[in-house]
Design a protein around this ligand. Structure first.
Ligand code: FAD
Length: 393
């Protein structure tokens, strides 16, 4: 059978887009599937957010995976979640547990678990009839339309000095991360943003000795980009910009990379004030492995002795998708900007049969493209495309 829609990636973006295609565009569930190697949908999201120990999302409650932005608020009311901590000020940021329960409800409403193919797509090709996707178990799936919702979570950024084969050095966003200490240790957390800060605070809470090494001073921002990027305030100018190198520069400038919101900043300052958290600003020059631990040499000359290093250094900036997307580009002559990212139309169409979201859509959707707000925006575009007949041709 040929599907109408195949979505590669069952993260925040793939799940929301599936819900929107089914619920808003009337796509028949028998004709839509989501391919993702996780045991369940949103497995990466759950793993990464649980590792950081974050209690609340950084984004407001209207940024959720259901069709209606107010759905998360109604869900909280219906399930009598009246605990004052369920939404944190400012901007009603939902507790992670509430957000995840609500994601489960969205998945249940649309029967998404039954549409999930637990596998990895290894190759895709397109012709005028549709798309052919091969999975790692050898199966082939044919679809009229493909959505690449593959995110960046499989590309954690490892600094050059960090060995990948030392059981005491881990990246907290590694898809197979299993490096959390099981007994009390001295841990060096590396990174300058919200995740590194939250990991450091979680470790302190659990009784570890913690150093936080950040490449720059702590920067405070409520959101990871100005909310003006979610609407016409900044997006009108962004869309008018025809030079894609300039658009890339606007995205880079707009992102508050390596920043923390005020509540996390307060918690860090409290922990530093009590001498519980030792914070160091600077680069790591190298690492020496000792018999029972690590010496991390800072560029300043200081040496930190630790049992373990946890990297919270974010994700690499190169286009996600690896050889699968490289080959698709080559075989279908898909247009890319000089930064390597897709050039797509206003409905996120990269080819008559191929749509993108998340990082792959950012030259069209701007700095918030990777976030939940970006997933919602991509959902709007995909619904528009499906209603205009993309699913029937
Ligand atoms: C700790 C943390 C906290 C965050 N907090 C917020 C927040 O509060 N608010 C907000 O708006 N944003 C937040 N974000 C950012 C953003 O919302 C997430 O990064 C989001 O999860 C990205 O979703 P995604 O679906 O694009 O990608 P991913 O989460 O990367 O999911 C993509 C999926 O595609 C799969 N995949 C990749 N290649 C293939 C293939 N070839 N075949 C099959 N499957 C494939 C991957 O395995 C993965 O499961 C946070 C991010 C992190 C890491």
């Amino acid at each position: 059978m040929t599907l109408d829609w195949l979505i590669i990636g069952g993260g925040i973006h793939g799940v929301h887009i599936a819900a929107r295609l089914l619920g808003d565009a009337g796509v028949d569930p028998d004709r839509l599937r989501i391919v993702d190697p996780g045991d369940r949908l949103l497995a990466q999201w759950r793993r990464a957010t649980a590792t950081t120990g974050m209690k609340h999302l950084r984004s407001p409650s209207v940024h959720n995976l259901d069709l209606n932005p107010m759905s998360l608020k109604s869900f909280a009311r219906k399930h009598r979640r009246r605990d004052p901590d369920v939404f944190a000020p400012p901007y009603d940021r939902p507790a992670l547990e509430l957000f995840n329960d609500h994601c489960d409800q969205v998945a249940e409403t649309f029967g998404l678990a039954d549409l999930h193919i637990r596998d990895r797509a290894t190759t895709c090709s397109v012709d005028c009839d549709g798309v052919h996707v091969r999975l790692s178990d050898g199966r082939e799936i044919a679809a009229r339309h493909l959505v690449l919702a593959i995110g960046a979570s499989e590309q954690p950024l490892w600094p050059d000095w960090a060995p990948r084969d030392d059981a005491r050095v881990h990246h907290v966003f590694d898809p197979g991360f299993d490096g959390w200490p099981s007994s009390t240790e001295t841990v060096v957390v590396v990174g300058g943003g919200i995740s590194a800060s939250q990991v450091a605070l979680r470790l302190l809470d659990e009784g570890h000795q913690v150093h936080l090494v950040s490449p720059h001073a702590l920067r405070e921002h409520q959101f990871d980009s100005d909310p003006g990027w979610l609407g016409p305030k900044y997006m009108d100018g962004f869309r008018r910009e025809q030079d894609l190198d300039r658009r890339r520069a606007l995205i880079t400038e707009a992102r508050h990379r390596g920043s923390v919101p005020p509540d996390v900043m307060r918690a860090l300052r409290r922990a530093m004030g009590r001498d519980e958290l030792r914070w160091h600003e600077g680069e790591i020059a190298g690492l020496d492995e000792r018999h029972r631990g690590l010496d991390l040499r800072l560029a300043s000359g200081a040496v930190l002795e630790a049992d373990r290093a946890l990297l919270a250094t974010g994700f690499v900036t190169r286009r996600p998708g690896g050889p699968m997307v490289d080959d698709l580009i080559a075989s279908a002559s898909l247009p890319c900007a000089s930064c390597g990212y897709p050039i797509v139309d206003s409905t996120l169409r990269w080819h008559p049969r191929v749509f993108v979201s998340g990082p792959l859509a950012e030259l069209e959707l701007g700095p918030a493209s990777r976030n939940i707000a970006g997933a919602r925006r991509a959902g709007d575009k995909l619904v528009e495309a499906a209603r205009n007949g993309a699913g029937e041709s």
